[in-house]
Unconditional design. Structure first.
Length: 208
């Protein structure tokens, strides 16, 4: 065996060793098929769960902000997805736009009135599979003291052992559109848009 072949073999051995030792590479059990997710109760990882909202600003631009104070519980039943459950609570004072004065205005009675309505909630009433990794989650959204049905268009990403803490988790995102006037939040209509787009990012950790 010539020196070049020795180097090639040693290189392959080193690559294999690195891959085997890399966090999350071995025995992670990653799955991208939601039908293979472990059944049971999950809780939202608060550091990786947020809601980004967007609204038309007088027609000149699309203005965006976030809610970061989100708590959620999920019960997954991959064999019978329609039996899955989801409940979400959003702290309305967690609204953030990177503009402290605007955040304060949004918390005022003119918009969210967080002193009177400190939280918004969503409780799923129907879960349906629409594709290989997509589904709809219909539920009751209570915002600003008003409850209306809302449907989330959800996309599953993957599930498996998280490389950092080795805990099993699953992740997906979802989108929905609501009319703020339906919930009694009608300040500055029609200058500020009535249609609000919600983009949701969520990672759920399996309850122990």
């Amino acid at each position: 065996m010539n020196p070049r072949q020795h180097i090639c073999i040693l290189g392959l051995i080193l690559v294999a060793a690195v891959l085997a030792a890399a966090p999350g590479r071995a025995d992670t059990g990653f799955v991208t098929d939601p039908a293979l997710v472990k059944a049971g109760a999950y809780v939202l990882d608060p550091d990786h769960g947020k809601i980004t909202w967007s609204i038309s600003h007088l027609g000149f631009s699309t203005y965006r902000g976030q809610f970061t104070g989100v708590e959620a519980k999920l019960t997954a039943d991959p064999k019978a997805p329609e039996k899955s459950t989801l409940t979400v609570t959003v702290a309305m004072d967690s609204v953030g736009t990177l503009n402290p004065e605007l955040d304060k205005h949004l918390q005022s009675p003119e918009f969210f009135d967080v002193a009177k309505f400190p939280t918004a909630t969503f409780k799923a009433t129907k879960v349906a599979v629409t594709g290989k990794d997509t589904g709809t989650i219909t539920g009751d959204l209570t915002l600003h003291g008003v409850t209306k049905p809302v449907t989330l268009q959800a996309t599953f990403h993957q599930a498996g052992l998280f490389p950092m803490d080795k805990k099993y988790r699953m992740g997906f995102d979802a989108q929905a559109t609501i009319k703020r006037s339906d919930f009694g939040i009608d300040a500055y209509l029609p200058l500020l848009g009535d249609t609000v787009t919600l983009d949701i990012e969520a990672e759920f950790v399996k309850a122990e």
